[in-house]
Design a protein. Sequence first.
Length: 162
Amino acid sequence: MAKANPNLILALRKTITRLKEGAPYQWGHMGACNCGNLAQEITRITKGDIHRFAMQRSGDWSEQLNDYCPGSGLPMDLMISELLEIGLEREDLIHLERLSDPEILEHIPFDQRKNLVKNRKEDLLLYLKTWVALLENQWAANQPHTLKPAQEKLISNELLSY
């Protein structure tokens, strides 16, 4: 799973907000699908340009990610590199397009999980919200605990006795 970090968490949250506020969503469009919407937020590339980059080679997001070559110089590969730099893994993006990551799915209630559809915006939002919660929890758990026990009482016994 992705490396939990504040930049990725923020990008996912902004993607959720944009989708809730009516950002274009079209599963068959490489720039407006599940991965396309997240890619827009991270890279600041328009949905039209993402789609145009993707059409320079064949395949959907899964195939593009399988064919990814960081040294190719192709715009799609450069964009994928930027997505990976923020902490995503290729598998995260493949799962995002299909709403299929087992670790995320196990945190979605069964009744909702069994009816999850990869190309329904409401299901994408549920998947993204669940993913963000998991990443936030992972990130918080990995933060060093900086609170130290007080060496002296901050409140006197006199005040505590009231």
